[in-house]
Design a protein around this ligand. Structure first.
Ligand code: GMT
Length: 377
């Protein structure tokens, strides 16, 4: 199949999922065209089945806001015609589903019928999409997609609860390439560069937005380091990073916390991590938690959104109420203070991650694509 993938090119989960999906589809022989405003961070163009087309938005003094969705829908029309693309798969409803719908309509006028699959990722529904400014357009583009998927059952339920949706949504969970993780974590693991033998290593990875509750990460770690030698790896960048650095200074723990900034090699950090923290306000799935679990790292998370579908209480980690840093710290300490317990949780985390292996999930997408191509559009 010739498939166009529209996504955000950044470090966020939806861009990572879209990129990994495209890479695997290309390995399976499909021709994949990534269409976005810059090259996705995890995209290696080393496969003859992978193409990347950049969307340029020309600047014009009249525009206070550059009309990206207009440029994207025009680019989609051009690329579909030029490359004979058969299907559009747009990730994140805003504005991709809307731009994709416009492209479909323009192409139809020119006698080209193309189905559109929309994958909902989370904040496009729960935070941003739900805002009155976007809600009518998001509802419209979900209802007018040919197929809609969501990355968790919880996100599907939330979509029906928050929007006026009159169609089916198929749950296809996010996935991980277990075999690649195994190679990455055994090849180069420099634990000794980061901590002493006795220190436990705790990690958090995110885009440092308010929804991630970064102060809770620091507070949980602060409690842990009071009872055992420990270090905290903070990976990612965003508006909450500077306040987090200040909080570490105020708590007097700067020497125990490393801020890495964005990294496209998170496996090199996860390979020496003992525990992962994700105390988010909301999380439709929690791809970062799954990435950690696939490296054999247990997770302490909040019990919100789709997180209970990924992290299993008392097995791969623990889940507390949003903001309950006491519970999360107490459970973190219970895992970290006994090496046998830690070993058991590490192996359980990997076991759960295996349920989300890319080879289990990929056929679900391929089947949906075949279905979309057969449906009248
Ligand atoms: O919140 C983020 O980390 C970024 C955001 C995105 O759209 O890139 O992530 C959302 O999509 C991910 C991939 O499907 C999910 O794993 C995240 O849980 C989801 N984030 C939220 O729901 C807050």
């Amino acid at each position: 199949m010739k498939i166009a993938i529209v996504c955000y090119p950044t470090f966020g989960g939806s861009g990572v999922v879209a990129t990994e999906l495209g890479l695997e589809l290309a390995r399976r022989g499909h021709e994949i065209h990534f269409i976005t405003y810059s090259q996705p961070v995890r995209l290696a163009l080393l496969n003859p089945n992978i193409f990347y087309h950049e969307v340029h938005v020309p600047e014009y003094p009249l525009f206070l806001y550059q009309p990206y969705e207009l440029a994207l829908s025009s680019k989609l029309v051009d690329m579909v015609k030029l490359h004979g693309i058969e299907l559009l798969h747009v990730h994140y409803a805003i504005p991709h589903a809307y731009a994709g719908y416009m492209a479909k309509k323009m192409l139809k006028e020119q006698g080209i019928k193309i189905p559109m699959v929309t994958t909902l990722h989370g904040t496009d529904i729960t935070l941003v999409g739900n805002h009155p400014t976007y809600k009518p357009a998001v509802s419209f583009s979900i209802n007018h997609s040919d197929i809609v998927t969501s990355v968790s059952q919880n996100l599907k339920d939330e979509t029906y609860r928050l929007f006026d949706i009159n169609r089916d949504i198929t749950v296809i969970p996010n996935f991980i390439e277990i075999d690649k993780k195994k190679t990455d974590i055994t090849s180069e693991c420099h634990r000794s560069m980061m901590a002493t033998e006795t220190q436990k290593i705790v990690t958090h990875i995110s885009n440092f937005r308010e929804v991630k509750r970064i102060p809770d990460v620091i507070k949980i770690f602060n409690r842990i380091q009071k009872v055992m030698p420990a270090k905290l790896m903070m990976v990612g960048d965003g508006p909450e990073k500077a306040p987090a650095e200040r909080l570490c200074r105020d708590l007097g723990i700067t020497d125990k916390v490393i801020f890495f900034g964005n990294s496209s090699e998170i496996d090199k950090i996860l390979c020496f991590t003992d525990l992962f923290l994700l105390p988010s306000q909301t999380e439709s799935f929690g791809l970062a938690a799954l990435e950690a679990m696939a490296c054999g790292v247990p997770v302490i998370s909040s019990n919100t959104g789709g997180l209970p579908e990924v992290n299993r209480e008392g097995f791969s980690g623990y889940l507390g109420n949003v903001g309950d840093v006491d519970y999360m710290a107490q459970k973190a300490i219970s895992i970290l203070s006994d090496d046998n317990v830690l070993y058991q949780f590490k192996s359980n985390a990997l076991k759960v991650a295996q349920e989300f292996d890319i080879h289990q999930v990929m056929p679900m997408y391929e089947n949906l694509y075949r279905k979309a191509l057969k449906q009248p559009v």
